[in-house]
Design a protein around this ligand. Structure first.
Ligand code: SAM
Length: 249
């Protein structure tokens, strides 16, 4: 992926890679990324790029290619934007639509995705969700690269809603996207955010059961609205992270 960075007054375009291994002075690419660089982009010593190593971004240059491994020298650290302090608790629903939320939430800056099984998550999807987690981790990695992030969001293993309601930030807000909520909008709730993290829960296509709403209420999650219209679960998830990104700036 090409990166446009400003060095002095000059805008420089460089490809961005995510290191498979790194230390203080070098980084290595292996597997798919290395194969693409070697075979498609004809990797040569001296070629420059941006390298994400851990949560830092470096200007780097190819030092050598050995078999299917490319070694880089890390030249200089490049400024990068931190992730948003946003965790999305995402109910399991149709996988292609869930993956849309996972990709877009990554582009928008979310730092963590917690897939959870709600009562109205379809049974066969609930049973197979854990087998999709590695795919979801690949999706966030590609979306992080594409959106020029300097970090990769965490995708948890799938949890049951009963456990998920206790996944709360030490400080911050726990917000429940509730289509029946009429008092408090997400935007209004964010006016009270001072520090810490925001955990936001997105319901399944069939919505929350009243028992689930009680479980969330017992853990002091605040129900919030995205407006009077009933949004599809994927629309609600993406819209919510976009609102948080806009408010957190
Ligand atoms: N089955 C529900 C119904 O027909 O009333 C609709 C559920 S909606 C398709 C899926 C999820 O998206 C909801 O559980 C909620 O988390 C979120 N959502 C949809 N519209 C929303 C809104 N206007 N405000 C807040 N959350 C919303």
């Amino acid at each position: 992926m090409l990166t446009k960075v400003v060095e002095g007054k000059r805008a420089v375009t460089r490809r961005r890679w995510i290191a498979d291994e790194w230390d203080e002075t070098s980084a290595w690419l292996r597997g798919e990324q290395a194969a693409h660089l070697i075979r498609v982009l004809r990797a040569q010593a001296g070629m420059e790029c941006d390298m994400v190593a851990g949560d830092r971004v470096w200007r780097a240059a190819i030092a050598g290619v050995t078999g299917d491994t490319v070694r880089f020298n890390l030249l200089a650290e490049v400024e990068s934007d931190p992730a948003l302090p946003v965790t999305v608790l995402l109910s399991v629903f149709k996988f292609d639509r869930m993956e849309w939320v996972i990709e877009k939430a990554t582009e928008l800056g979310a730092e963590r995705i917690v897939p959870m099984i709600a009562r109205r998550s379809e049974k066969h999807l609930a049973q197979t969700a854990q087998s999709r987690v590695e795919r979801w981790r690949r999706i966030v990695r590609e979306a992080a690269k594409q959106s020029r992030r300097s970090d990769i969001p965490v995708v948890d293993d799938v949890v049951a809603l009963k456990q998920a309601v206790s996944i709360k930030p030490e400080t911050g807000l726990c917000l429940l996207l509730a289509e029946q909520e009429r008092e408090r909008t997400l935007y209004a709730a964010m006016q009270h955010f001072e520090k810490g993290s925001i955990h936001i829960a997105v319901g399944p296509e069939g919505g929350w059961t009243s028992e689930e709403e009680s479980l969330f209420a017992a853990e002091e999650w605040q129900p919030v609205s995205l407006g009077p219209r009933i949004l599809r679960a994927e629309t609600a998830g993406i819209a919510a992270v976009a609102v948080l990104a806009a408010v957190l700036g």
